[in-house]
Ligand binder design. Structure first.
Ligand code: ADP
Ligand code: MG
Length: 166
């Protein structure tokens, strides 16, 4: 829907705790069918985000974040906008958090096991309960627009060429 939602979120210039840098080998998820919805989400390993999640107080601030991401070892590897979902993992009885990254780029292949680098630059919105799948997908589509518009500011654009990605 996106009604009443801002297209640009977060301060300019970017301010702490952002930006947060994390990287790890992409893990297999639990096949909740994100890809079937056209929104594949690549899972980061826990050790890659533990420290950053402390700074975010992520246990209290679950929901959607945005930033930049790059997958190493794919053809023509580049930095792309991303939206990251942070939430409790039902598999671990909701005692562990997951970080699932949707990269706004069409990859030719899956990249399980490849190193993924992520710079988280801001918070988009909390997790919501949806009555329909359509409502969920509409909100995610709006999240992607928010990410792209929010990244289109000087201090955020600079991070696209951050040395962390080299
Ligand atoms: P899983 O439950 O294993 O996370 P998904 O259906 O969420 O399965 O698909 C995620 C996988 O899809 C990623 O691990 C990655 O290998 C692949 N993938 C392909 N394109 C993308 C993309 N644009 N963003 C994120 N993951 C992608
Ligand atoms: Mg996934």
């Amino acid at each position: 829907m996106g009604e009443g939602r801002a297209l640009v979120v977060g301060s300019e210039p970017i301010s702490p705790p952002f930006p947060l840098r994390m990287q790890g080998y992409v893990q297999r998820g639990f096949g909740r069918g994100s890809k079937d919805l056209g929104i594949p989400t690549a899972n980061l390993p826990e050790e890659s985000y533990n420290e950053s999640f402390k700074l975010l107080d992520a246990a209290k601030n679950t929901g959607v974040y945005y930033g930049w991401a790059k997958v190493d070892g794919v053809e023509n590897a580049q930095v792309h906008p991303m939206a990251m979902s942070v939430g409790w993992n039902p598999y671990y009885k909701n005692e562990k958090l997951t970080a699932e990254v949707h990269i706004m780029h069409n990859y030719d292949m899956d990249f399980y096991g490849k190193n993924m680098r992520v710079i988280v630059t801001g918070y988009v919105r909390p997790e919501l309960d949806y009555s329909t799948l359509e409502a969920l997908i509409e909100d995610i589509e709006f999240d992607k627009k928010v990410a792209i518009h929010s990244l289109d500011r000087q201090s955020y654009k600079l991070l696209k060429s951050d040395s962390f990605f080299n």
